[in-house]
Design a protein around this ligand. Structure first.
Ligand code: ADP
Length: 315
């Protein structure tokens, strides 16, 4: 049993596949590299030691004890890495199970609610309709969250598909601005759009890029207090398309800026003001843009506003 365990530990590639991480970050592989470094440095130390310590046995003993201590340390470090990698894998599995298992009950709930609200099952009073609308609104929010979790799970297991088709980014942005109009009006926010003349079509996944822009516009509206002004720009830059969205909203505190693209991160100032949100949007946006061979960045000042930008290759 113990021998089998040792052999299974030696199967580096198998172990690394289990954690869904690249081999260069795999604890077992790192341990092997660390071992090789320690052994070669011991040989070098021994060679130097025999030159300067007269008794070769003492030199050997010294080198062996240093090597043993280093190996134990390396083993302890790699064990703790392994535990972290395992916890990470369990978290990804949890996200995957939860999102898959919640999808169908939520769809069924929505379907049943729509039938009830349509009045096909009998006349419903105005007050009842009001409560049904609350139920529908909340089930829609849950569906959005589950959809985001499902996308995250696909990203983490490298199963996020990516199609390539020609489309006009300019037209897509115009369509999205119109679809956001009721929301932006209700939030007292004005959206303007400026596009350079004769922009080329791009070759990318239209649905995924739509998701990216939707998330950025949605954030710009939601994280703006009072009268908001959102400026969107699209232009050509070094053979790519450059998109920019600027808001005069709450901004992101300096100390929080390095975490914005992390899963589930929400800065305190934003969550105090806007309770709705999962902290998954920007993680999804960044992952999609990486898949599209694009880039994303932002500048922000707390209390003044934020500017998010991305570049996408034309082909
Ligand atoms: P969510 O909006 O669901 O919280 P996101 O991943 O889209 O998740 O954003 C992560 C966090 O980044 C937000 O909670 C907020 O703190 C900050 N953020 C994103 N966009 C903006 C913005 N335009 N203005 C201010 N803060 C923002």
């Amino acid at each position: 049993m113990a021998i089998k365990k040792i052999f299974s530990q030696l199967d580096f590639f198998g172990q690394c596949r289990k954690y869904d991480i690249p081999i260069s970050q795999c604890p077992q592989f790192l341990f092997l590299i660390m071992g090789l470094v320690i052994i070669s440095s011991s040989i070098i130390t021994y060679a130097l030691g025999t030159r300067y310590i007269r008794d070769p046995e003492i030199a050997l003993l010294l080198v062996l004890s240093i090597t043993a201590v280093l190996l134990i340390l390396a083993y302890l470090i790699s064990r703790s890495f392994e535990r972290l990698a395992q916890a990470n894998r369990l978290k990804s599995e949890f996200i995957s199970i939860v999102s898959h298992q919640l999808r169908s009950p939520l769809s069924n709930m929505r379907w049943a609610l729509e039938i009830l609200m349509s009045g096909k099952m009998g006349k419903i009073e105005e007050k009842q309709l009001e409560y049904f609308s609350i139920l529908k609104e909340n089930s829609d929010r849950m569906r959005e969250l589950v959809k985001d979790l499902l996308t995250v799970s696909r990203i983490e297991t490298a199963r996020l598909s990516f199609k390539k088709e020609m489309f006009s980014l300019e037209r897509l942005i115009k369509e999205l601005i119109s679809s956001f109009e009721p929301f932006s009006k209700a939030s007292n926010t004005e959206i303007s759009f400026q596009a350079e003349k004769d922009l080329p079509m791009i070759l990318s996944d239209r649905e995924k890029i739509k998701l990216v822009i939707e998330n950025l516009i949605d954030n710009a509206i939601r994280y703006t207090k009072g009268k908001g002004k959102i400026e969107i720009k699209l232009k050509k830059k070094d053979g790519n398309l450059y998109f920019e969205i600027k808001d005069n909203g709450v901004g992101i505190p300096k100390g929080d800026q390095k975490y914005v693209f992390q899963k589930f991160f929400r800065s305190k100032n934003a969550s105090r003001y806007q309770t709705e949100g999962s902290g998954l949007g920007l993680y999804i946006v960044k992952s999609i843009l990486e898949k599209a061979k694009g880039k994303i960045g932002f500048r922000s000042q707390e209390g003044k506003g934020s500017t998010f930008w991305f570049i996408l290759p034309i082909k």
